[in-house]
Design a protein around this ligand. Structure first.
Ligand SMILES: C[S@@+](CC[C@H](N)C(=O)[O-])C[C@H]1O[C@@H](n2cnc3c(N)ncnc32)[C@H](O)[C@@H]1O
Length: 269
């Protein structure tokens, strides 16, 4: 999934560590009720390490994730924690812990067969009397469709997102979450496009404007379609003017820019 690979460096702006303080506190209260004497913990699917950022104050945390890019992000936030790349359906560290902790990453385990593999991974990493704690985003019995939005700025880059969660087929055990992201950076076009060798054309008109990418991806199905578009920032008189921008491979070919009058997202990569 692009969010956890090509877009991983945006994670701290999408989901900031401070947003996790309250839930981490709640998790620890529950965990401590069942097992008060925890010295070390293993997290499976630790992502950007936001929960661990708070929980590592309670005990030693070892962090694992299937995405090397997310592990890199988490290392920045948690340099004091050990990190390993690995799939929760089979990783083997040959070590045992008081606690195995799985947060929202469990939502990516979509079959009973894979869930069994995760339980086996947890079992082999637990000391006798150890505790497995799983905190899914939803349970089938209490699932409700929802939307939310958010995002953060770091002085250089900003992200805003809209998250839309729904259940396309109530008869199965899957739900679907779609995201639309607006990424604003100093450069006109940021990483997902540059990674593919695309550069932004420099137009005479609106050349001053920061580019904003619009992308949406179907997350739980991992069938991702990226759409892109850009719009101009408000001009000197405060009026915004929308246009679509041509992104051309390798910087060659004619620049193409078309005023549309209002915002539009077009094309795909
Ligand atoms: C929403 S993020 C987790 C964020 C994390 N709870 C935090 O506190 O920052 C979900 C993570 O699950 C990871 N993931 C998905 N499937 C996985 C698997 N089979 N094994 C390990 N990690 C997995 C993704 O790479 C992603 O980093």
């Amino acid at each position: 999934m692009k969010l956890y690979h090509e877009l991983a460096t945006w994670w701290p702006l999408l989901s900031a560590p401070a947003d996790y303080a309250e839930e981490a506190e709640l998790y620890w209260r529950i965990i401590s009720q069942y097992k008060p004497d925890i010295e070390d913990a293993l997290e499976l699917g630790s992502g950007g390490g936001n929960n661990a950022f708070h929980l590592k104050k309670k005990c030693r945390f070892i962090l694992t994730d299937i995405s090397p890019e997310m592990i890199r992000v988490s290392r920045e936030l948690n340099p004091d924690c050990e990190h390993f790349v690995g799939d929760m359906r089979g990783i083997g560290l040959n070590r045992q812990f008081d606690l195995v902790f799985i947060h929202d990453a469990i939502m990516f385990i979509t079959t009973e067969e894979d869930l069994e593999k995760v339980f086996r991974t947890a079992r082999k990493h637990l000391k006798p009397g150890g505790l497995l704690f799983i905190a899914p985003d939803f349970f089938k019995e209490t699932f409700r469709p929802s939307t939310s939005h958010g995002g953060h700025d770091d002085g250089h880059r900003s992200i805003r997102y809209l998250e839309w969660t729904h259940d396309a087929d109530p008869a199965d055990n899957l739900f679907e979450t779609e995201y639309a992201y607006l990424l604003r950076g100093r450069r006109k076009i940021s990483s997902p496009f540059q990674a593919r060798g695309f550069v932004a054309g420099q137009g005479a008109k609106n050349a001053h404007s920061p580019a904003t990418q619009v992308m949406s991806n179907a997350v739980q199905r991992q069938k991702i379609g990226i759409k892109w578009g850009s719009y101009s920032s408000p001009g000197p008189k405060g009026r915004g003017r929308a246009h679509k921008m041509c992104i051309r491979p390798g910087g060659r070919g004619p620049f193409f820019e078309e005023n549309l009058g209002s915002f539009a997202a077009e094309g795909g990569v």
